[in-house]
Design a binder for this molecule. Structure first.
Ligand code: UDP
Length: 414
């Protein structure tokens, strides 16, 4: 058996008054023919990163609509996750070559997971496989009755051929694929039914639920943030694609002009991300001795509610990625009315259209320039955040994502 992730119960009715009514009404209609269906979502980790964040909200909502849905995890040891991290990076275009040993480690693990899957998934109508870590499961599984969907959350527009040529033949077993952007569809994808829709945030989760101001401040003082001083924050896994060191350099450029400016760098260290530890150590050594830079992790108890508080109270949130799938952290911050400076990559421009929610940057210098400008012009910053919030409400809240899922399932069931 694959490990099952326990999720709570949730009701779509509680999104009334938060998400657009017409989206909620449409869900009832779209789920009519799917009631009683069984669905499974499989990925590699139950915490740390966007996919687990989405599944934690999406899976209970599927159940609320009458589609019995499980969330399961593949097993893997550190060696396996080192290989999958290289595959993840290679598919996003990083240089390097997948060795024969890497392939053997990956496939042996996939085989074990496929055997576990057989024992517990005979009657799933739909199986969503998220990202490259479990991607070969469809090909190795004998469960041909289910409809298989590969949900690729990363930027596979220019994959390194060494990685792509290894993975692509296994993808023929899928009935459909989903990408975040048209641009991410890799060349010569061997899946014909391709869908494109971005992920979403959950406005009712502890990460995004409105917090009382006093509680927000108390929580942050507890972890060492001085809430009467200006603050900029980046939340993101310790990953070079998220450019945490670039954020530190941009901050250091601004600091002489705003001497009491604090920087919070929040990153979770996840099981399937062994590289995260190396980047974390680099960030620590680049910021050592600076008492105004706070490097915070899940390991010291900085979880969803603290992230919520940081995104709510920061003067500016940064997501200075140089390669990105979607970047949920952008919508999370904008939803709280906080303006974001985002790298012009992946799904970030979708979330920050001109004059809405924040600004896009290409360099450390631009990031610093806009940071200083927004800190000096709080009214402009506030207006940006306010306009962005409505954009997020219309486009990036959970009911919209559920609608796209139901459209896909209806099509596959037809
Ligand atoms: N996140 C978090 N704590 C951290 C780092 C990240 O809660 O220390 C969350 C973040 O709030 C967001 C998700 O993990 O919900 C990251 O998703 P995103 O799409 O930004 O990036 P990914 O990790 O999927 O590349």
């Amino acid at each position: 058996m694959l490990d099952i992730v326990d999720v709570g119960k949730r009701s779509l009715a509680s999104y009334r008054g938060v998400a657009p009514d017409e989206q909620l009404d449409e869900l009832v209609h779209l789920s009519e023919h799917l009631r009683g269906a069984r669905c499974m979502h499989v990925n590699a980790t139950s915490y740390g990163g966007g996919v687990s964040e989405i599944l934690r909200s999406l899976v209970p909502l599927y159940n609320d609509l009458g589609i019995t849905t499980d969330w399961k995890l593949i097993h893997g040891d550190e060696e396996f996750f080192q290989v999958t991290k290289r595959i993840h990076n290679g598919l996003q275009g990083a240089p390097g070559e997948l060795t024969e040993k890497d392939k053997a480690v990956y496939l042996a693990n996939a085989q074990r997971n496929a055997s576990r899957l057989i024992s517990d998934s005979e009657d799933y109508d739909f199986i969503f496989v998220h990202d490259p870590q479990p991607a070969v499961l469809a090909a190795l599984s004998s469960l041909r009755e289910s409809r298989w969907i590969w949900r690729c959350h990363i930027d596979t527009s220019h994959p390194n051929p060494s990685y792509w040529e290894f993975l692509a033949p296994f993808l023929t077993a899928y009935d459909a694929a989903v990408f975040t952007l048209d641009d991410f569809i890799p060349p010569e994808l061997p899946i014909r039914d391709v869908h494109v829709y971005p992920p979403c945030i959950d406005p009712l989760s502890p990460k995004n639920h409105p917090l009382p101001e006093k509680l927000t401040k108390d929580l942050l003082e507890w972890i060492g943030i001085r809430t009467h001083r200006p603050l900029v924050t980046q939340v993101g896994r310790f990953d070079l694609w998220k450019d945490p060191l670039g954020v530190v350099r941009a901050y250091q450029r601004v600091r002489p002009h705003v001497p009491d400016l604090q920087l919070a760098l929040v990153g979770s260290l996840a099981l399937d991300d062994p590289e995260g530890w190396d980047v974390y150590k680099e960030v620590r050594s680049a910021t050592a001795g600076d008492s105004l830079i706070h490097v915070l992790t899940n390991l010291v108890g900085v979880g969803n509610v603290e992230v919520n508080a940081l995104q709510s109270i920061s003067d500016v949130v940064i997501q200075k990625s140089i390669r990105e799938g979607f970047g949920l952290t952008v919508s999370e911050a904008v939803w709280k009315g906080t303006p974001v400076i985002g790298g012009r990559v992946g799904g970030i421009p979708l979330q920050l259209p001109e004059g809405t929610g924040g600004v896009l940057v290409d360099t450390i210098e631009e990031c610093a320039e806009h940071m200083l400008r927004l800190l000096r012009q709080p009214e402009e910053a506030r207006l940006l955040g306010e306009r962005g919030r409505e954009h997020v409400r219309q486009n990036f809240l959970m009911p919209r994502l559920l609608r796209d899922h139901l459209l896909l399932l209806n099509e596959l069931a037809a």
